[in-house]
Design a protein around this ligand. Structure first.
Ligand SMILES: Cc1cc2nc3c(=O)[nH]c(=O)nc-3n(C[C@H](O)[C@H](O)[C@H](O)COP(=O)(O)OP(=O)(O)OC[C@H]3O[C@@H](n4cnc5c(N)ncnc54)[C@H](O)[C@@H]3O)c2cc1C
Length: 308
């Protein structure tokens, strides 16, 4: 067996449904939780040397992992979760939760990241996806990002160099790994003001989103000039079921796993929704969720699944 064990907690033949917010996904040959940046780099070197394909995950809240699993190394970065502060700048390691980051900002009376409190992802996943909510996004507060390129060189890019866009960053296109990010936040709002905003966002989120069922958040990107959820609702697809997957009754933009859904159930339901919406409105719905593993191979829309 390849000796990934030196670099963190290792699980072999591990079902990925135990790790994804969708609660879907077959086995990965190896799952490693690296202890440190250095261990991450060493594990990547080893995987490359052994010709093992690999991918990184943060909190696995934006992925649909295939039922056939992933025949390689999945690096789950959530142990790299250090948060430090200097003046109004927070440096967050890639695996820190966005919730923990937002709470850390709150404790230090720094405002800006209230929107991120309810997003169940990591700093790395949030930065690479330019996660956003309530008219705000990571781009507005990221000052610099430390990354690993595919040759394992460390890069330090500014906000502008990251070329952030709607759920997009340069790092996604290039398949870079986010190691950490510096967030520049605002002083001048007191603790209670920040807390009130966070609580308000949380109430709005839990009243509108199906947080009680497993999902990967919004299934589709927002098509220009439309809202995916409204288009789906207007087509009469609210509550549409396929196998164990369902268009959420609470928010049509979410596909939920209501009864032991397989990745096939979800994919087929995505295709059904795409077809009906296209036939009626001529609008193409593009998945925001990343497809990982199985036969997705090079055609999968995940920029961070690498093989040599
Ligand atoms: C209930 C619910 C609500 C949600 N609400 C929102 C919302 O309001 N706004 C929003 O934008 N998103 C939302 N999401 C989606 C998701 O939480 C975000 O996209 C989040 O940023 C993903 O982070 P993650 O760590 O879970 O990424 P993962 O799902 O682990 O990975 C997603 C992609 O990022 C890559 N990746 C992860 N970490 C790194 C890293 N360190 N370096 C390089 N690549 C990396 C992975 O390879 C994969 O391609 C929601 C999801 C759920 C389940």
């Amino acid at each position: 067996m390849i000796n990934f064990r030196d670099y963190g907690r290792l699980l072999v033949d591990e079902p990925l449904n135990k790790h994804t917010t969708f609660k879907i996904g077959g086995k990965a040959k190896y799952v490693l939780f690296p202890n440190s940046e250095e261990d991450l780099i060493k594990a990547l070197k080893l995987a490359r040397g052994e010709n093992i394909k690999y991918l990184v995950l943060g909190r696995a809240s934006n992925v649909l992992v295939d039922d056939k699993g992933f025949n390689g190394l999945v690096l789950i970065l959530k142990s790299l979760d250090r948060l430090t502060i200097k003046d109004n700048k927070i440096t967050a390691a890639c695996g820190a939760g966005l919730r923990e980051l937002a709470n850390f900002a709150l404790e230090n009376s720094l405002s800006g990241l209230e929107f991120a409190h309810g997003i169940p992802g990591s700093v790395g996943g949030g930065v690479i996806m330019n996660a956003g909510a309530y008219d705000s996004e990571m781009k507005n507060f990221v000052k610099r990002v430390r990354l690993l390129d595919k040759d394992l060189n460390i890069l330090d890019l500014s906000n502008e160099e990251m070329d952030f866009g709607y759920r997009h960053s340069l790092a996604q296109d290039k398949g870079y790994i986010v190691l950490s990010a510096v967030f520049e936040l605002k002083r001048g709002v007191d603790y209670s003001g920040i807390k009130e905003k966070m609580d308000d966002f949380f109430k709005r989120r839990s009243s509108k989103q199906p947080l009680e069922l497993p999902s990967a958040g919004s299934t589709f990107r927002r098509p220009e000039g439309y809202f995916a959820g409204k288009l789906i609702d207007d087509c009469g697809l609210r509550g549409l079921r396929h196998g164990g997957a369902m268009v959420s009754e609470k928010h049509c933009g979410f596909i939920v796993n209501y009864n032991k859904a397989s990745s096939k159930d979800v994919k087929e339901l995505i295709e059904m929704v795409q077809k009906v919406v296209y036939d009626r409105y001529k609008v193409k719905l593009v998945p925001e969720v990343k497809f990982i593993g199985g036969d997705n191979g090079d055609s999968c829309n995940n920029g961070n699944e690498w093989s040599r």
